[in-house]
Design a protein around this ligand. Structure first.
Ligand code: ZN
Ligand code: ZN
Ligand code: FE
Length: 725
């Protein structure tokens, strides 16, 4: 008898995203195929299997656990331990073992093709059932209250399964075997309004609040100019584009292969696409923007609504601008009073807030629904649990334990009271889900950020992380790197170690620390915050620095603020604002980054030689670029060419600075900060650096904007606390 025929028993501990994704039924089927006895069960840490059979079958079984895992699963580790045989011949799915741990709660998944077919099949018992789901799709993260992921630990606990559903739930051959949110018209949640009535409201031009997976949306017909304009006025949102939900993205926007794949990937994010001219979308959906945020329907209710309305809908988070999305039914009615005309709600509670994710081609702009709470791997393990409090705008927090870093969904801007409350509530939910008590709290250095103030109240080891170091660390860490590296970090505003505002930085850094090698020359921001809302003020400050005349009528008055309220800033975002104002794009902005986004659009597809910009003793003289732009405009040069020459000038200056440092320093350059969402700038800088033989790292999974700060803070804190006990 050869060894391969000997009976063995093993315990296999599987870690990763293995709950709520049909993993136990998959293991059951696999065990039958390999003639194994034993059991599988969910634990607080993942899935535990004990299997007994022929050794070669056990080996094949263990390999298949990883190689053939269901599409939504993400097996990160399989530990095997040899046990004594017990003579098990049959294989069972055993009851879950409760208990704390970091069992990865899966992300919410869009309605799968099988469920969709049943949804629209008049012969199916779930025909038009708005809560159809299976092991391959449906709500997860937003309904899970505790681990392990069992129905009793979700907001579906109060819905008693009917007999027909129970038969499916208990049948290992059924697609709904242990599908925890299983439901049908007899036993599932109920809508507060007939879909037909909701559709009638939309057709009448009403604004409809629709309860989704991670919160309420506000919906109206995307082609209805009056309705969209009313929504804008009621939401107090002037220009910031609304997202659109449609089953036919190609009718509204140009969609290439990459973008088509992004649209239909399981998280179903909002994808920024180039709008089609003459598309049936009201002008006020995305005023002045060639981009359109588009997503596919991702819940059965969305599919029913869109099929019955027969056209695209605006689907925007139900909140006032920059506040967190509304989740509770009473909360929604209270906060949406005066905004929504009608409510399409249901009685399945939302446990956790989770806004839609946003992506633009290669990078994530907002990492949220469908991506949270999937862990990212840190290059350095957190020896003790870390909470990183993040920044202030586009707030997220991050909880890290061991190698796993869990970035929270998007919370909005923390400077509003609802967002601040959401921060504290959501963090408490995360800590409970992960069964973690933070020992280390990482925070920004800005003394006025609410996240910093929160951190200072915590009974934990505090780790302050400079804003731009956190940006750079986020990019390094998402690539599994610790540095040292050079980092070009360009953004609007961040607090520097000298108490001034930074944002046009060249750093030499690793995860532990950084040195500021070079920066954009600081300019005063006349009127402080007012200068951020009114880019013409920054343009004026730059023109004075450049020794050029200032054309703005209000300048003599505003200029007086230089003496009393004019913090200096080296923010690259401010330089983009200034040039946007100069070329006449806009003198005031209604949302962060608006002027810079429009300047990028203006320059699109236009080639131009870079404007010169002096780089002397670690200082980039941004005013040189403003002077060149001013002189060209005065000479009547085309605005688009000026915008293009400015972009290339910034890129060239950045590359000269980084290239000089690389002569004696690291040969890797990280690009981070919100300004690098500008693809023209990013691609130009990257191409030039690569041309000099340097390695360039850009963001993919983690946002380059302040939504990625918490992850960077966690990576720095993990490194800095890695040697203490
Ligand atoms: Zn399904
Ligand atoms: Zn049922
Ligand atoms: Fe930033």
């Amino acid at each position: 008898m050869t060894v391969g025929y000997k009976l063995q028993r093993r315990r296999l501990e599987v870690e990763g995203i293995v709950q709520g994704v049909g993993f136990r039924p998959f293991v059951h089927g696999l065990a039958l195929r390999h003639g194994l006895g034993g059991f599988v069960l969910n634990t607080g840490r993942g899935v535990t299997i004990e299997a007994e059979g022929l050794r070669r079958e056990l080996d094949a079984f263990a390999a298949a656990l990883v190689e053939e895992a269901p599409p939504l699963a993400d097996v990160r580790a399989v530990a095997q331990i040899a046990l004594g045989t017990r003579g098990d011949r049959s294989f069972a799915i055993a009851p879950s073992v409760p208990g704390g741990g970091a069992a990865a709660v899966p992300a919410d998944a869009a309605t799968c093709a099988d469920c969709l077919r049943e949804l629209f099949d008049p012969a199916d018992r779930r025909f038009r059932h708005p809560f159809i789901s299976c092991t391959q799709c449906g709500p997860r993260f937003t309904i899970v209250q505790r681990v392990p992921y069992d129905r009793s630990n979700t907001t579906m606990a109060s819905f008693a399964m009917c007999d027909a559903c129970r038969v499916e739930y208990e049948d290992p051959a059924d697609r709904r075997f242990h599908a925890e949110p299983i439901a049908c018209p007899d036993c599932g949640p109920r809508l507060s309004m007939e879909v037909a009535d909701a559709v009638a409201h939309l057709r009448d031009g009403a604004i409809l609040a629709v309860k989704g997976l991670g919160g309420y949306h506000l919906a109206c017909r995307a082609a209805d100019e009056a309705a969209v304009a009313r929504l804008r006025a009621r939401k107090h949102r002037e220009d910031k584009p609304f997202a659109v939900m449609t089953t036919a993205p190609g009718k509204l926007a140009h969609v290439d292969q990459t973008e088509a794949a992004l649209l239909s990937c399981p998280p179903r994010p909002i994808v920024l696409l180039r709008a089609r001219r003459g598309a049936p979308v009201a002008e006020s959906v995305a005023p002045g923007s060639p981009w359109l945020g588009v997503m596919l329907p991702y819940t059965p209710l969305h599919h029913l609504l869109l099929a019955d309305v027969g056209e695209a809908l605006v689907m925007t988070s139900a909140n006032r601008s920059d506040e967190p999305i509304a989740v509770g039914d009473d909360e929604a009615r209270e906060r949406l009073a005066g905004i929504a005309d009608a409510y399409l709600a249901h009685d399945r509670p939302i446990h956790r807030r989770c806004e839609d994710s946003v992506v633009r081609r290669e990078h994530v702009i907002r990492r949220s629904r469908g991506m949270a709470p999937r862990a990212l791997e840190l290059p350095v393990a957190a020896r003790r649990p870390i909470v990183a409090a993040g920044a202030e705008l586009k707030s997220t927090f991050c909880v890290a334990q061991g190698r796993d870093a869990f970035i929270s969904p998007h919370l909005g801007d923390l400077d509003s009271e609802p967002a601040h409350r959401a921060f504290r509530e959501d963090l408490a939910l995360y800590l409970r889900m992960l069964d973690v008590r933070p020992a280390v709290v990482a925070h920004d250095l800005h003394p006025g950020y609410r996240s910093t103030l929160w951190a200072q109240e915590q009974d934990a080891l505090l780790v302050g992380v400079q804003h731009h170091h956190a940006h750079a660390a986020a990019c390094l860490a998402e690539h599994g790197r610790e540095g040292p590296a050079l980092a070009l970090v360009f953004d609007g505003t961040g607090y520097g170690t000298d108490g001034t505002l930074w944002g046009g930085e060249l750093l030499l850094c690793d995860l532990a620390g950084f040195e500021r090698l070079a920066h954009l020359e600081p300019v005063p921001l006349p009127g402080g915050e007012a200068a951020i809302r009114q880019p013409w003020r920054v343009a004026a400050a730059y023109l004075e620095r450049a020794g050029r005349p200032v054309p703005y009528e209000r300048w003599p008055l505003v200029r007086q603020s230089l003496a009393v309220n004019a913090p200096t800033s080296s923010g690259m975002g401010r330089l983009f604002d200034a040039v946007a104002a100069l070329v006449g794009l806009r003198e005031e902005v209604s949302y962060e980054g608006q002027a810079a986004i429009e300047l990028e659009q203006l320059a699109e597809g236009v080639a131009a030689a870079p404007y010169p910009c002096r780089f002397e003793e670690g200082v980039l003289h941004g005013a040189d670029l403003v002077a060149a732009a001013h002189d060209d405009l005065a000479a009547g040069r085309d605005r688009a060419e000026v915008a293009a020459a400015f972009h290339e000038g910034v890129a060239e200056a950045a590359v000269v600075a980084a290239g000089t440092a690389a002569e004696t320093g690291p040969r890797t350059v990280v690009l981070s900060g919100g300004t690098f969402q500008n693809l023209r700038l990013r691609d130009s800088v990257r191409a030039k650096l690569v041309g000099r033989g340097l390695e360039v790292l850009v963001h993919r999974q983690v946002p380059p904007n302040d939504g990625g700060i918490s992850f960077g803070q966690a990576a720095v804190a993990a490194r800095r606390t890695s040697s203490c006990a």
